[in-house]
Write a protein that binds this ligand. Structure first.
Ligand SMILES: Cc1cc2nc3c(=O)[nH]c(=O)nc-3n(C[C@H](O)[C@H](O)[C@H](O)COP(=O)(O)OP(=O)(O)OC[C@H]3O[C@@H](n4cnc5c(N)ncnc54)[C@H](O)[C@@H]3O)c2cc1C
Length: 104
């Protein structure tokens, strides 16, 4: 099967990578728009200290995604991308109200 993905930001690139890893023939088309979100992103992968409602599917999806990063890095390294700059360095939440600590 041949797949064409429109958009080469993190979402499109991730889908392309995983399909290609399964042996699919993938082409990514990107308009190189200025200001795309992937270029602006700070690279922080830490959904756990978000204020989002933790019972939502969106929260579950983002925490699954964050947990998946270690496996993704190993997979990338196995295919020759040795420096992804990904590091697990922990996080520090700073709060000024006690309630915010309970909510975190
Ligand atoms: C300032 C900022 C900081 C952020 N910090 C973080 C962070 O620390 N951690 C985190 O997890 N997330 C962060 N985010 C969110 C994250 O960056 C985005 O959720 C993510 O990059 C979205 O990726 P995307 O591939 O969906 O979109 P994009 O990166 O915007 O990619 C879309 C691509 O599609 C292309 N395109 C669009 N239309 C067409 C078309 N018609 N034809 C061809 N190509 C097209 C564009 O050129 C672009 O390359 C941040 C976002 C911003 C703005």
């Amino acid at each position: 099967m041949r797949t064409i993905i429109v958009g080469g930001g993190i979402a499109g690139s991730s889908v392309a990578y995983h399909l290609a890893a399964q042996g699919e023939n993938v082409t990514v088309i990107d308009a190189n728009h200025e200001g795309r979100a992937t270029d602006a992103g700070a690279g922080i992968i830490c959904p756990w200290i978000t204020k989002r409602n933790k019972n939502t599917m969106a929260y579950q999806l983002s925490t699954y995604g964050a947990r998946y990063y270690k496996r993704l890095q190993q997979s990338l390294e196995a295919t020759g991308f040795s420096d992804t700059s990904y590091r697990q360095v922990g996080s520090l939440g700073v709060f000024t109200e006690e309630q915010a600590v309970d909510d975190a």
